[in-house]
Design a protein around this ligand. Structure first.
Ligand SMILES: [Mg+2]
Length: 275
Protein backbone atom coordinates (compact mmCIF):
# COMPACT_ATOMS: atom_id res chain seq x y z
CA UNK A 1 0.00 0.00 0.00
CA UNK A 2 1.36 3.43 -0.92
CA UNK A 3 0.97 6.09 1.74
CA UNK A 4 0.29 9.55 0.26
CA UNK A 5 2.85 12.12 1.42
CA UNK A 6 1.82 14.89 3.79
CA UNK A 7 1.86 17.90 1.44
CA UNK A 8 1.07 20.56 4.03
CA UNK A 9 4.61 21.93 3.58
CA UNK A 10 6.22 20.40 0.48
CA UNK A 11 9.81 20.96 -0.58
CA UNK A 12 10.64 20.80 -4.28
CA UNK A 13 14.27 20.12 -5.18
CA UNK A 14 14.86 20.94 -8.81
CA UNK A 15 18.02 20.57 -10.85
CA UNK A 16 18.75 23.58 -13.08
CA UNK A 17 20.64 22.81 -16.29
CA UNK A 18 18.70 20.76 -18.82
CA UNK A 19 15.91 20.26 -16.30
CA UNK A 20 14.61 23.80 -15.75
CA UNK A 21 16.95 26.04 -17.78
CA UNK A 22 18.57 25.39 -21.15
CA UNK A 23 21.50 26.73 -23.15
CA UNK A 24 20.91 27.67 -26.79
CA UNK A 25 22.53 24.37 -27.80
CA UNK A 26 20.20 22.36 -25.54
CA UNK A 27 16.85 23.99 -26.49
CA UNK A 28 15.92 21.02 -28.67
CA UNK A 29 13.26 22.94 -30.56
CA UNK A 30 11.98 21.31 -33.72
CA UNK A 31 9.64 22.97 -36.17
CA UNK A 32 9.58 26.45 -37.62
CA UNK A 33 11.15 29.35 -35.70
CA UNK A 34 7.84 31.22 -35.82
CA UNK A 35 6.27 28.40 -33.73
CA UNK A 36 9.00 28.44 -31.06
CA UNK A 37 7.74 29.23 -27.54
CA UNK A 38 8.51 32.69 -26.09
CA UNK A 39 11.73 32.42 -24.05
CA UNK A 40 12.94 34.23 -20.95
CA UNK A 41 16.63 34.75 -20.16
CA UNK A 42 17.68 32.87 -17.01
CA UNK A 43 21.43 33.54 -17.09
CA UNK A 44 23.80 36.18 -18.45
CA UNK A 45 27.52 35.44 -18.72
CA UNK A 46 30.00 38.16 -19.68
CA UNK A 47 27.13 40.28 -20.88
CA UNK A 48 25.65 37.58 -23.12
CA UNK A 49 22.41 35.65 -22.44
CA UNK A 50 23.33 31.94 -22.25
CA UNK A 51 20.50 30.08 -20.45
CA UNK A 52 16.76 30.25 -20.98
CA UNK A 53 13.40 28.96 -19.84
CA UNK A 54 10.07 29.32 -21.59
CA UNK A 55 7.78 32.14 -20.51
CA UNK A 56 5.19 29.50 -19.62
CA UNK A 57 7.75 27.70 -17.42
CA UNK A 58 8.52 30.99 -15.67
CA UNK A 59 4.83 31.41 -14.81
CA UNK A 60 4.52 27.81 -13.58
CA UNK A 61 7.70 28.21 -11.51
CA UNK A 62 6.33 31.33 -9.81
CA UNK A 63 3.18 29.39 -8.95
CA UNK A 64 5.19 26.46 -7.60
CA UNK A 65 7.35 28.74 -5.44
CA UNK A 66 4.14 30.08 -3.86
CA UNK A 67 3.01 26.67 -2.61
CA UNK A 68 6.30 24.85 -1.95
CA UNK A 69 9.78 25.49 -0.60
CA UNK A 70 11.45 25.61 -4.01
CA UNK A 71 15.12 24.60 -3.75
CA UNK A 72 17.35 25.02 -6.84
CA UNK A 73 19.64 21.98 -6.59
CA UNK A 74 22.64 22.03 -8.87
CA UNK A 75 26.16 20.84 -9.54
CA UNK A 76 27.04 24.42 -10.46
CA UNK A 77 29.44 26.20 -8.13
CA UNK A 78 28.07 29.06 -6.03
CA UNK A 79 29.47 31.63 -8.52
CA UNK A 80 27.88 29.78 -11.46
CA UNK A 81 24.60 29.45 -9.54
CA UNK A 82 24.52 33.16 -8.69
CA UNK A 83 24.29 34.01 -12.38
CA UNK A 84 20.97 32.13 -12.64
CA UNK A 85 18.17 34.59 -11.98
CA UNK A 86 14.77 32.93 -11.59
CA UNK A 87 13.13 35.12 -8.96
CA UNK A 88 13.24 38.72 -7.77
CA UNK A 89 14.91 37.61 -4.55
CA UNK A 90 17.19 34.60 -3.90
CA UNK A 91 15.25 31.52 -2.71
CA UNK A 92 15.42 30.77 1.01
CA UNK A 93 17.52 27.67 0.24
CA UNK A 94 19.59 26.43 -2.67
CA UNK A 95 21.94 23.47 -2.95
CA UNK A 96 25.02 24.02 -5.13
CA UNK A 97 28.31 22.34 -5.94
CA UNK A 98 26.51 18.99 -6.00
CA UNK A 99 25.67 19.28 -2.31
CA UNK A 100 28.89 20.83 -1.00
CA UNK A 101 27.12 24.14 -0.38
CA UNK A 102 23.77 25.07 1.09
CA UNK A 103 22.99 28.66 0.14
CA UNK A 104 20.65 30.26 2.68
CA UNK A 105 18.97 33.52 1.62
CA UNK A 106 21.70 33.95 -0.99
CA UNK A 107 24.65 33.21 1.35
CA UNK A 108 26.65 29.95 1.58
CA UNK A 109 26.29 28.28 4.96
CA UNK A 110 29.71 27.87 6.61
CA UNK A 111 28.60 25.13 9.03
CA UNK A 112 27.57 22.87 6.17
CA UNK A 113 30.89 23.41 4.38
CA UNK A 114 32.75 22.25 7.49
CA UNK A 115 30.44 19.25 7.89
CA UNK A 116 30.94 18.18 4.26
CA UNK A 117 34.73 18.56 4.42
CA UNK A 118 34.77 16.21 7.43
CA UNK A 119 32.56 13.65 5.66
CA UNK A 120 34.72 13.60 2.53
CA UNK A 121 38.07 13.28 4.30
CA UNK A 122 37.25 9.87 5.64
CA UNK A 123 35.17 8.47 2.80
CA UNK A 124 37.05 8.69 -0.50
CA UNK A 125 40.39 9.38 -2.18
CA UNK A 126 41.56 13.01 -2.01
CA UNK A 127 40.71 15.47 -4.77
CA UNK A 128 44.39 15.86 -5.71
CA UNK A 129 44.59 12.19 -6.81
CA UNK A 130 41.67 12.60 -9.19
CA UNK A 131 42.80 16.02 -10.45
CA UNK A 132 46.27 14.59 -11.20
CA UNK A 133 44.71 11.75 -13.16
CA UNK A 134 42.57 14.17 -15.18
CA UNK A 135 45.69 16.23 -15.90
CA UNK A 136 47.35 13.12 -17.37
CA UNK A 137 44.30 12.50 -19.59
CA UNK A 138 44.35 16.09 -20.84
CA UNK A 139 44.57 16.08 -24.63
CA UNK A 140 44.22 19.20 -26.77
CA UNK A 141 42.22 17.24 -29.33
CA UNK A 142 39.22 17.05 -27.00
CA UNK A 143 39.98 18.91 -23.76
CA UNK A 144 38.73 22.50 -23.90
CA UNK A 145 39.42 23.17 -20.21
CA UNK A 146 40.06 21.42 -16.91
CA UNK A 147 38.60 22.85 -13.71
CA UNK A 148 38.43 22.27 -9.96
CA UNK A 149 35.14 23.33 -8.34
CA UNK A 150 35.43 24.89 -4.89
CA UNK A 151 38.11 22.39 -3.83
CA UNK A 152 35.63 19.49 -3.77
CA UNK A 153 35.39 18.02 -7.27
CA UNK A 154 36.81 18.44 -10.75
CA UNK A 155 35.54 18.44 -14.29
CA UNK A 156 36.60 18.64 -17.89
CA UNK A 157 34.95 20.70 -20.61
CA UNK A 158 35.33 18.64 -23.76
CA UNK A 159 34.65 18.59 -27.46
CA UNK A 160 32.27 15.62 -27.61
CA UNK A 161 32.87 15.06 -31.32
CA UNK A 162 36.56 14.32 -30.69
CA UNK A 163 36.19 12.43 -27.38
CA UNK A 164 37.23 8.76 -27.61
CA UNK A 165 34.19 6.46 -27.32
CA UNK A 166 35.36 4.74 -24.11
CA UNK A 167 36.79 7.85 -22.39
CA UNK A 168 33.92 8.31 -19.92
CA UNK A 169 33.51 4.62 -19.09
CA UNK A 170 37.30 4.19 -18.66
CA UNK A 171 37.43 7.18 -16.32
CA UNK A 172 34.42 5.89 -14.36
CA UNK A 173 36.10 2.51 -13.96
CA UNK A 174 39.32 4.15 -12.71
CA UNK A 175 37.44 6.37 -10.25
CA UNK A 176 35.13 3.68 -8.87
CA UNK A 177 37.53 2.00 -6.39
CA UNK A 178 38.62 5.44 -5.18
CA UNK A 179 35.08 6.30 -4.15
CA UNK A 180 34.45 8.78 -6.95
CA UNK A 181 31.62 8.97 -9.51
CA UNK A 182 31.74 10.18 -13.12
CA UNK A 183 28.91 11.99 -14.90
CA UNK A 184 28.73 13.27 -18.48
CA UNK A 185 26.48 16.29 -18.97
CA UNK A 186 26.59 18.13 -22.26
CA UNK A 187 30.19 19.24 -22.76
CA UNK A 188 31.18 18.57 -19.14
CA UNK A 189 32.62 15.41 -17.62
CA UNK A 190 32.38 15.57 -13.83
CA UNK A 191 34.38 13.52 -11.34
CA UNK A 192 32.63 13.84 -7.97
CA UNK A 193 33.29 12.16 -4.58
CA UNK A 194 30.54 9.57 -4.09
CA UNK A 195 29.55 10.86 -0.61
CA UNK A 196 29.08 14.36 -2.08
CA UNK A 197 25.41 14.15 -3.05
CA UNK A 198 22.53 16.47 -3.62
CA UNK A 199 20.34 14.24 -1.44
CA UNK A 200 22.58 14.61 1.65
CA UNK A 201 22.39 18.41 1.44
CA UNK A 202 18.64 18.21 0.76
CA UNK A 203 18.10 16.10 3.89
CA UNK A 204 19.66 18.98 5.81
CA UNK A 205 17.45 21.53 4.01
CA UNK A 206 14.35 19.41 4.76
CA UNK A 207 15.36 19.40 8.43
CA UNK A 208 15.98 23.15 8.57
CA UNK A 209 12.88 24.13 6.57
CA UNK A 210 10.50 21.83 8.41
CA UNK A 211 9.23 20.42 5.11
CA UNK A 212 6.83 17.51 5.42
CA UNK A 213 7.76 15.85 2.12
CA UNK A 214 10.16 16.24 -0.78
CA UNK A 215 9.55 16.12 -4.51
CA UNK A 216 12.34 16.31 -7.06
CA UNK A 217 13.35 16.72 -10.69
CA UNK A 218 16.60 16.16 -12.54
CA UNK A 219 18.11 14.79 -15.73
CA UNK A 220 21.61 13.46 -14.93
CA UNK A 221 23.30 10.66 -13.03
CA UNK A 222 24.11 13.20 -10.30
CA UNK A 223 20.33 13.66 -9.86
CA UNK A 224 19.61 9.96 -9.37
CA UNK A 225 20.06 10.11 -5.58
CA UNK A 226 17.85 13.21 -5.40
CA UNK A 227 15.11 11.37 -7.31
CA UNK A 228 15.57 8.24 -5.15
CA UNK A 229 15.20 10.32 -1.97
CA UNK A 230 12.08 12.12 -3.20
CA UNK A 231 8.58 10.82 -2.48
CA UNK A 232 7.75 11.70 -6.07
CA UNK A 233 9.97 12.80 -8.94
CA UNK A 234 10.08 13.75 -12.60
CA UNK A 235 12.83 13.48 -15.14
CA UNK A 236 12.93 14.77 -18.70
CA UNK A 237 12.91 12.36 -21.66
CA UNK A 238 16.40 13.63 -22.55
CA UNK A 239 19.72 13.63 -20.70
CA UNK A 240 22.04 11.18 -19.02
CA UNK A 241 19.32 9.28 -17.08
CA UNK A 242 17.21 8.97 -20.25
CA UNK A 243 20.27 7.67 -22.15
CA UNK A 244 20.74 5.05 -19.41
CA UNK A 245 17.04 4.10 -19.49
CA UNK A 246 16.84 4.99 -15.76
CA UNK A 247 13.31 4.33 -14.41
CA UNK A 248 11.63 4.25 -11.02
CA UNK A 249 7.98 3.66 -10.19
CA UNK A 250 7.71 7.00 -8.36
CA UNK A 251 9.48 9.00 -11.08
CA UNK A 252 7.46 10.27 -14.05
CA UNK A 253 9.10 10.87 -17.43
CA UNK A 254 8.11 13.78 -19.66
CA UNK A 255 6.87 13.21 -23.19
CA UNK A 256 8.67 16.29 -24.49
CA UNK A 257 12.43 16.69 -24.80
CA UNK A 258 14.44 19.91 -24.67
CA UNK A 259 13.25 23.13 -23.10
CA UNK A 260 9.56 22.20 -23.44
CA UNK A 261 10.13 19.32 -20.99
CA UNK A 262 10.53 21.92 -18.23
CA UNK A 263 6.89 22.95 -18.52
CA UNK A 264 5.77 19.34 -18.09
CA UNK A 265 8.13 18.89 -15.14
CA UNK A 266 6.71 21.94 -13.39
CA UNK A 267 3.14 20.82 -14.06
CA UNK A 268 3.89 17.40 -12.55
CA UNK A 269 5.43 19.05 -9.48
CA UNK A 270 2.48 21.44 -9.07
CA UNK A 271 0.05 18.52 -9.10
CA UNK A 272 2.20 16.62 -6.58
CA UNK A 273 2.10 19.69 -4.31
CA UNK A 274 -1.70 19.60 -4.39
CA UNK A 275 -2.31 22.53 -6.73
MG1 LIG B 1 21.01 18.84 -15.22
Amino acid sequence: MTVAPDVTRPLVACDLDRTLIYSAAALGLGGPDAAAPPLVVAEVYQGVPISFLTRRAETLLAELAQIAVFVPTTTRTVAQYERVRLFQRPPAFAVTTNGAQIVVDGRPDGDWTVEIAARLTSACAPLADIADHLAKLDDPRWTLSRRVAEDVFCYLVVNRAELPATFVSDLAEWCEPLGWTVSLQGRKIYAVPRPLTKSAALAEVVRRSGATCMFGAGDSLLDADLLEAAQYGVRPAHGELADLGWQRDHVAVTSATGILAAEEILNHLLVACGR
